[in-house]
Write a protein that binds this ligand. Structure first.
Ligand SMILES: [Zn+2]
Length: 756
């Protein structure tokens, strides 16, 4: 039944696309013909302003020295940005918070048996790379929020260290109890690796960068090419952010001077075992000293040796101790007050702190944000008057735990829940295709923006380039057909990994995350080599995609800030929810089929007959077949949302006939305040099971994937973790949120219908 509904919405969207203004440009959604033309004029002026030279100059300044949380240059950068914003005539200030940020006091990794080797845990300076020698200011290589510990134990190789890998180890009779695991980076957010290792009884965790994942297999290593050299190490946080991000001591509230703080010993988001990241130069002697079964195919990296699972005989001494200090954060906040609707806020952010010099992560995005602000300042002087309030934020402390954005938004939670229209995020930027992620209520909106941005190399709209790539990448005829015919390109749901998390996941503010990439590549992520030299040789060296990102994000901000009617759109959301629902049903069916088949094979003796008698092999246990679940509440709710979304589109179409937006100022105001609630309706104050900070019932980072998104997470994770009763309860909760959303959309439709 919803297939027909989708067809209808497709027809309607095509119709809307044809409704153009006299000068042949499509009328912007939420605008009258006249205001749309006026907006387009301002946007064209805006897009001419950002310059690659400015981006390059800001980057050279911001990445000149290491600038992690608590470092002198972190504060210096914040003050420099503040001065710049003020110099341009903008109203800016710095908001500070005090957060727990551990830095290393003692780090040891040494092989003690059967031979001796001490890891150097140090990235060497390179003569050709002028900032790589700033060793006194560089944070040592470590994983922030690792537990303190001093352990000596045999080594076990666990591949990427995700739950599936441990299942496979069990089948091969390998236990990590009492062992130190060595996992390779990749395939999950890094914090998942020590978490799962600890849950399986390991006492320590090493994470290394295998050349298969970001090293010489892909291309020449730095400084000849852009890929990770043998001594390159990926720093990074291992805090259990899928429980809650932000300052571990102040969950749910801003880390102000007088905030109530937890005791360190009561914090649940610090790892339970010590963990350190190492280069492959440091990992290779450890891996070479291991014996035991040969690692299965797919587990083997690109080092010139055989990969063994252990345990042992390699025995490792791992020591990690931190200074558990409170450090200040400096969030730089710029406010452009709205001329007509000052109580509706469009928020735009990118972080400014880095692990070391961070030219790519985050400065390539920070400079883009600065250049947008400078261009807006110029437009304001020319007479541009944004209707809504625009807030630009350069966050501190993103790298350790999304600290700056989370503490700021928790501190302003009440206002944000009432006033925030949207949050637009960026982070590291590269070169290539536009990547669009975010709330599906903004899917059509951001597709519209992407149609108006020119790709700097191909000179076609970045939207067109994305579409043609979607056709090239399609795996099935259906996907190809959709890429050709669906009016909007699908945007990705957001998990975690950057500063949108508190806005989307905690507060229910519709969010977008934008970047260019796919044609840059490289392996200097979170190392001392992520610097100006690397960026200007191996990434967006001429800053043309930096300029494109300024144009993209800035246009999105303007278009949201100036619209008469907020341009959220719900048919795309409803269509996406139907897809998620199909996925959930398939997930359950697949689990049922797999258990049935495996049980049958156990009974037939398949596993015992095919196991090599010279190797350890444990047949899988006979499992209970997953029960059928009642998806009806979700099906009914998503059908209701589909209908409501269509009725709203119909009513909107009627009211905007002839290019007029025939709404009285009062109705517009009341409609906008209703629409402002639309993302909030998808949240619940009780949050997700076991992690109440995460309140969005449609999007969340996975408990066992970290960055990776789980959609309709309450239901999906309950099915994955075989919690059947919880799955049924979560179906009802998610359905309730979708019904509330449908009701809100209906009441907006009634408001529109009153007017004709
Ligand atoms: Zn970043």
């Amino acid at each position: 039944m919803h297939a027909g509904a989708r067809l209808f919405s497709l027809f309607l969207s095509c119709f809307l696309l044809l409704a153009t203004t006299p000068d042949n440009e499509p009328r912007l959604s939420g605008y009258s013909a006249a205001s749309s033309r006026n907006e387009r004029d301002w946007e064209v002026k805006f897009r001419a302003l950002p310059t690659p030279q400015n981006l390059r100059d800001y980057m050279q300044r911001l990445s000149a020295r290491p600038h992690h949380v608590g470092s002198p240059y972190d504060k210096d950068n914040a003050e420099w940005m503040l001065a710049k914003f003020k110099e341009w005539g903008l109203d800016a200030n710095i908001e500070t918070f005090d957060v727990l940020f551990p830095t290393p006091k003692a780090r040891v990794v040494e092989l003690v048996e059967p031979t001796k080797f001490t890891a150097k845990l140090q990235e060497p300076a390179l003569a050709i790379d002028p900032t790589s020698n700033q060793q006194t200011e560089q944070l040592p290589t470590y994983n922030a929020y690792s537990a303190d510990g001093d352990v000596t134990a045999p080594l076990v190789y666990v591949n990427y260290g995700i739950p599936d890998d441990y299942q496979k180890l069990e089948r091969m009779g390998v236990s990590v109890k009492g062992a130190i695991v060595i996992a390779r980076y990749g395939n999950s957010w890094r914090g998942i690796k020590p978490k799962v290792a600890g849950e399986h009884g390991a006492v320590g965790c090493l994470i290394y960068s295998d050349p298969a994942d970001d090293g010489y297999i892909h291309g020449d290593v730095f400084p000849t090419g852009g890929w990770r050299p043998r001594d390159g190490v990926q720093r990074g946080s291992v805090m259990d952010m899928p429980v809650y991000p932000g300052d571990p001591l102040t969950p749910g509230v801003g880390a102000t001077k007088d905030a109530k703080r937890l005791n360190l010993k009561d914090v649940k988001t610090i790892t339970r075992i010590p963990v350190l990241p190492i280069s492959y130069a440091d990992a290779q002697p450890l891996l070479a000293a291991m014996k035991g079964e040969v690692a299965p195919e797919g587990w083997r990296g690109s080092l010139p040796q055989t990969y063994h699972l252990g345990p042992g005989p390699a025995k490792v001494h791992l020591k990690m101790q931190s200074n558990w200090d409170i450090k200040p954060l400096y969030d730089v906040i710029v406010k452009i007050p709205g001329s007509a609707n000052p109580d509706e806020w469009v928020v735009r952010g990118n972080h400014h702190d880095a692990w070391v010099n961070g030219a790519e992560d985050p400065v390539s995005g920070t400079v883009v944000l600065m250049e947008e602000a400078r261009s807006f300042a110029a437009l304001l002087k020319q007479g541009w008057k944004p209707k809504r309030t625009i807030i630009y934020c350069a966050w501190d402390g993103e790298e350790p735990a999304l600290l700056g954005s989370t503490e700021w938004a928790e501190n302003h939670a009440q206002e944000l829940r009432r006033y925030a229209v949207a949050y637009i995020n960026s982070d590291a930027n590269g070169r290539g295709y536009l990547s669009m992620g975010g709330s599906h209520t903004l899917e059509r909106f951001i597709n519209g923006v992407a149609r108006d941005i020119e790709d700097p190399e191909k000179k076609i709209p970045v939207w067109k380039r994305d579409q043609l790539k979607a056709i090239a990448d399609a795996k099935t005829p259906e996907e190809r057909k959709e890429a050709r015919e669906r009016p909007d390109l699908r945007i990705d749901a957001l998990g975690s990994g950057s500063d949108w998390s508190v806005f989307l996941d905690h507060l229910g503010v519709a969010s977008l995350d934008l970047s260019y990439g796919d044609e840059d590549g490289g392996g200097i992520y979170h190392s001392i080599y992520d610097d100006f030299f690397w960026y200007t040789h191996f990434s967006d060296a001429d800053f043309s995609y930096g300029r494109a990102l300024s144009q993209t994000a800035g246009t999105a901000v303007m278009r949201l800030a100036d619209a008469e009617l907020l341009p959220y759109e719900f048919t795309g959301l409803a269509d996406t929810i139907h897809r998620y629902l199909d996925e959930l049903q398939k997930l359950l069916k697949t689990q049922q089929d797999e258990v049935i088949e495996r049980n049958k094979e156990v009974e037939e003796g398949v596993f015992t007959a095919t196991a090599d008698p010279k190797k350890t092999s444990v047949p899988p246990p006979v499992e209970e077949i997953p029960p059928h679940l009642n998806f009806a509440p979700l099906q009914n709710a998503s059908d209701a949302l589909t209908h409501s979304a269509q009725r709203y589109q119909n009513a909107l179409e009627k009211i905007t006939q002839n290019g007029e937006l025939r709404l009285s100022p009062d109705s517009l105001h009341s409609l906008n305040s209703k629409l402002l609630e639309s993302e909030r309706k998808l949240t619940s104050p009780d949050g997700l099971p076991g992690r109440p900070w995460f309140q969005h019932l449609i999007y969340a980072p996975g408990v066992y994937t970290g960055y990776g998104v789980k959609t309709i997470p309450g239901v999906r994770e309950a099915i994955e973790q075989k919690k059947w009763k919880e799955a049924e309860e979560q179906i009802v909760r998610a359905a309730g949120a979708l019904e509330d959303e449908a009701k809100l959309v209906d009441s907006a439709t009634q408001e529109l219908e009153k007017e004709k």
